[in-house]
Design a protein around this ligand. Structure first.
Ligand SMILES: [Ca+2]
Length: 216
């Protein structure tokens, strides 16, 4: 009797683990928190780099955990006015580092650029992910060229990166033409690391296996 219950518990637990792992696919990408932490550029004016993740000008609320596809379907726009909402680098290229707060599988970077009429808008950029804030070791997960809306408010553009585990994201960007570099906002999507629920399920499975062996 005890043995039968334990076997069932193991089956249920393993099914739960597979379910959780299944949910952790690229299809379940959700918005992630991300905080702008560093740049090697000097601001053209007094705008702080934190403006890149201040969510100030967005049309809808940017809430971590929201399904990415659902979020993009709401056409979240950025109102504009770089001084208040965006960042203006005083040089044409630079790096912009973000802390996602914990290790995740990054799947997308979302950019709200400045308008197409601004030659200093973000053009070509690369995305790297690292486990350390100094990027001593990092993985290149994508190379892209940002688009731009004709006028404010600007639309969101989601860039599909190679799904990769890490905590810190570096955008190395170049102006599309001007001698300074401006963009408004950056968001992220991906899959959080195995949740505490999954870890609990694994330890439960382990306990069930151990109990089964004792019964045998
Ligand atoms: Ca902003």
């Amino acid at each position: 009797m005890t043995r039968r219950i334990d076997t069932r518990l193991v089956k249920i637990t393993l099914t739960s683990i597979l379910l959780v792992l299944g949910l952790g696919s690229a299809h379940a990408a959700v918005l992630l928190h991300g905080v702008a932490i560093a740049t090697n550029t000097s601001p053209f004016n007094t705008t702080p780099i934190s403006n890149l993740t201040n969510r100030a000008g967005l049309s809808g609320s940017y809430t971590a955990g929201t399904d990415l596809v659902t979020y993009l379907a709401t056409n979240p726009t950025e109102a504009g006015t770089a001084v208040a909402n965006g960042y203006v680098a005083s040089q044409a290229s630079g790096t912009f580092d973000f802390d996602l707060g914990s290790v995740v599988t990054l799947s997308h970077v979302i950019i709200w650029n400045t308008t197409s009429g601004a030659s200093n808008r973000l053009g070509a950029f690369e995305v790297r992910i690292s486990n350390t804030s100094d990027f001593a070791s990092s993985a290149l997960v994508g190379s892209f060229t940002a688009g731009a809306s004709s006028a404010f408010p600007v639309a969101a553009e989601a860039f599909d990166v190679t799904d990769t585990l890490g905590r810190y994201v570096r955008i190395s960007g170049t102006s599309s033409g001007g001698n300074s570099l401006t963009f408004m906002e950056v968001g992220f999507a991906g899959v959080p690391e195995p949740s505490s629920a999954l870890l609990a399920a694994i330890s439960l499975a382990g306990a069930a296996f151990r109990r089964k062996r004792v019964v045998n």
